[in-house]
Design a binder for this molecule. Structure first.
Ligand code: SOE
Length: 389
């Protein structure tokens, strides 16, 4: 029986597009009882032209320039928070208090203190909630999770993650404004740590369990940039690059590297996990491939015959692979936008009595705590422990 799920979208930028597309597409590929309806979208008065264009392109029934009005409307069931990070806290708490289902873009918040208040609000209200770490729903990453959970790499020793881009190398790139708020610490909270490493940390903890200790170094290469909104040259307060070492609860050790100054790298989100029996490697710039190295059979302990040992490139497009039976025929790839569709399909399934959706806000708070510990470590130049939940 179809059930309307009336969406109130907060934000009309890059993530507003990715989410709107996913809400519109999800019923075309996944059988779900809920039918998303794009009811209203919020954007700032000063961005009205963009807001109107956005509403028209995606088919929103109405626009609002005061986000609280969207939250208060009783013809809306779900608030989707795609505004910049400094607004997540207020929007999520208001939405929870209004009894709405709450979806929030990553990272959860500006810091863990804000995140704690958000988790308390959604849990007090008892509303379904989720945070959009969309990369868990890349089929090849889900397959890596399956392979690890099946014991096929055995005891893990090393976890190695990178998340590198190159779009801020020029000193002429301004900070702030609709397009570049991620460079403005007052709006983003942090630089690559919150924006990019939060993805790597979410994936790492999902695949390899909790991180318990970190030591980090951050760098800001360009110290001042023009602010797009004030027109003035202002100090850059974000981390342009961050590297940290991590110790996992399972005894394995990790390295994490992220920068927006890796000339040539656009969205180079990679991980490799090396275990006793095998290894997996993934690169988001080659998203439909999972590399798998098999050293020994996990059930028998028997070593793979020498002449067959080697890295296997698995083209993750078969019906048997995660999510792929809902898409095309084997061999036909899917892309970035589909990760959001897969994610909302899982979230709708959880609303309909399916498995509990993860990451919810409580889970994303852990990622936030690791990010905070990384930044604290870089500031204080020492190892920092991450408190257990
Ligand atoms: C930044 O460039 C960014 O858009 C992140 O904010 C996204 O979360 C990431 O998926 C792609 O890169």
């Amino acid at each position: 029986m179809a059930k309307e799920l009336r969406i109130g979208m907060l934000g009309c930028g890059f993530m507003g597009r990715a989410h709107s597309n996913a809400w519109l597409q999800v019923n075309h590929f996944f059988e779900r009882e809920h039918k998303p309806v794009l009811k209203a979208v919020y954007g700032r008065e000063q961005d009205r032209a963009q807001l109107e264009k956005f509403a028209k392109m995606w088919g929103y029934e109405s626009i609002e320039t005061d986000w609280r009005k969207v939250v208060e409307r009783d013809d809306i069931d779900l608030i989707d928070v795609c505004v910049p990070n400094h607004m997540h806290h207020d929007c999520v708490i208001a939405a929870a208090e209004a009894g709405k289902i709450v979806v929030c873009e990553k990272p959860l918040a500006m810091n863990a203190k804000e995140g704690e208040a958000m988790v308390a609000a959604v849990e007090k209200a008892g509303v379904p909630n989720m945070v959009c770490f969309n990369y868990r729903r890349v089929p090849a990453i889900s397959l890596a999770k399956q392979i690890i959970d099946e014991g096929r790499i055995g005891r893990p020793f090393h976890y190695r993650a990178t998340y590198n881009q190159d779009y801020t190398i020029s000193a002429k790139v301004p900070q702030g404004g609709l397009a570049l708020w991620r460079l403005d610490a007052k709006v983003a909270g942090s630089g690559v740590t919150g924006d990019l490493l939060s993805h790597s940390i979410d994936t790492a903890e999902w695949l390899n369990g909790p991180i318990v200790r970190v030591v980090a170094h951050t760098e800001t290469f360009i110290k001042e940039r023009v602010h797009a909104e004030t027109g003035k040259t202002e100090k850059v307060e974000i981390d342009d690059a961050c590297m940290f070492l991590a110790i996992f609860a399972n005894g394995s050790i990790g390295t994490f590297e992220s920068t927006r100054y890796a000339r040539g790298r656009k969205n180079y989100n990679t991980f490799e996990v090396n275990g006793e029996l095998g290894a997996v490697f993934f690169d988001l710039e080659d998203p439909h491939i999972l590399q798998f190295f098999r050293y020994a059979d996990p059930k028998t302990g028997q070593k793979i015959e020498d002449h067959l040992t080697g890295w296997q490139r698995i083209h993750v497009t078969a019906f048997e692979h995660p999510y792929m039976k809902n898409w095309w025929v084997p061999g036909c790839t899917i892309g970035y936008e589909h990760t959001f569709i897969n994610m909302f399909a899982d979230f709708l399934a959880s609303l309909e009595g399916g498995p509990k959706f993860q990451p919810d806000m409580r889970c994303a708070l852990r990622t936030q705590r690791v990010c905070d510990a990384v930044l604290q470590s870089a500031r204080e130049k020492r190892w920092v422990d991450i408190p257990p939940e």
